[in-house]
Ligand binder design. Structure first.
Ligand code: HMG
Ligand code: MG
Length: 284
């Protein structure tokens, strides 16, 4: 039987958060409802951050209230602090994600906090989530390169990944936020991180600015990673990472994994319809 690799769909969050046009909530709901038919186990649909920082995500609660929840799918949302946690819980997310950076420059730009400050803000979030039995995923951004600080030392990425794991995150998603990571840099980074956090607790989150995301996924597969984040239609970017392009496209990852002999459990027809819908949302 073919080995299984999971694609974690992040399009409705990472894909849409950077769109300049404020997308009507009904369109976001339609995208999530279509994605729910594709076979994903987890879909990131919301972000409970400051609406002044990321206006596009201000409708997150309404999106969660409006979608048709399919049993067996975990609908996820980003949370930067306790205020976000309370909003996420009220909206009924199935899981949350906290997000830190391996570099100080991006941490300041994205969270208005040092890495240490951000980790200490997450501590009460993790405690509350544990009490409420809400699973917490952890992101590390800028795992190989930072738009402000340049190349990132694998030891820095390892330190932050380990801190999130020790704090109780069930999985750590390693983000090439700028999408300019080379396979060599990703390889060196993973060599280091895997000494502290096992491969089965890691996910790859590659943006595709340089067009090398699929190669980076191949490198991560050789290190034993079996979960990859992707966005339908290759939407996205991060508002606080100048120059960053979208996430690697779900349909491209699906095709790539299929031709390498992996099973994803996803319906390629539904994914391609969702990719068209996602692309249309940005061109209205
Ligand atoms: P701050 O300005 O330092 O926050 O921002 P503050 O605590 O001083 O509060 C300022 C105002 O924000 C107050 O309101 C708070 O109530 C409000 P005011 O009194 O001015 O009316 N506030 C909030 N409102 C709603 N929800 C909240 C919240 N928290 C405070 N949760 C803060 C700090 C963390 C809030 C801000 O920096 C922020 O929202 N940052 C989020 C940036 C973001 O969403 N970036 C994109 C996601 S990360 C990403 O894309 C990378 C990833 O994909 C992985 C990868 O690719 O690497 C995950
Ligand atoms: Mg991202």
């Amino acid at each position: 039987m073919a080995e299984r690799v999971e694609i974690f769909e992040v399009g409705p969050r990472d894909g849409l958060q950077n769109e300049a046009r404020i997308i009507p909530t009904s369109e976001k709901i339609a995208l999530v409802d279509l994605l729910s038919e594709a076979g994903f186990r987890r879909i990131e649909v919301a972000s409970f951050v400051s609406p002044k920082w990321v206006p596009q995500m201000a409708s997150s609660g309404e999106v969660l209230a409006g979608i048709r929840r399919r049993p067996g799918i975990s609908y996820a949302g980003l949370v930067p602090n306790m205020k976000g946690y309370e909003a996420a819980r009220a909206a009924g997310v199935d899981e949350i994600a906290v997000f830190a950076s391996a570099s100080e420059g991006f941490s300041k730009a994205n969270l208005n906090a040092t890495i240490a400050e951000s980790l200490s803000r997450f501590a009460p979030v993790l405690a509350a989530a544990e009490a409420d039995a809400i699973p917490v995923r952890g992101y590390v951004s800028c795992v190989v390169e930072c738009p402000f600080d340049g190349a990132v030392d694998p030891a820095d990425t390892t330190r932050v990944a380990k801190a999130l794991r020790d704090a109780g995150c069930y999985e750590i998603s390693l983000g090439d936020t700028v999408g300019r990571g080379t396979p060599e840099a990703v390889d060196a980074m993973l060599h280091a991180v895997i000494k502290a956090v096992p491969a089965d607790m890691l996910a790859g989150h590659f943006h595709d600015t340089s067009g090398r995301a699929l190669e980076n996924i191949d490198v991560a597969l050789t290190h034993g990673l079996r979960v990859f984040d992707a966005a339908v239609g290759g939407l996205g970017g991060c508002p606080y990472a100048p120059d960053a392009a979208g996430n690697v496209a779900t349909e491209a990852v699906l095709e790539h994994l299929k031709s390498a002999g992996y099973e994803t459990g996803l319906d390629a027809d539904v994914i391609s319809q969702a990719a068209v819908m996602a692309q249309e949302m940005r061109h209205v």
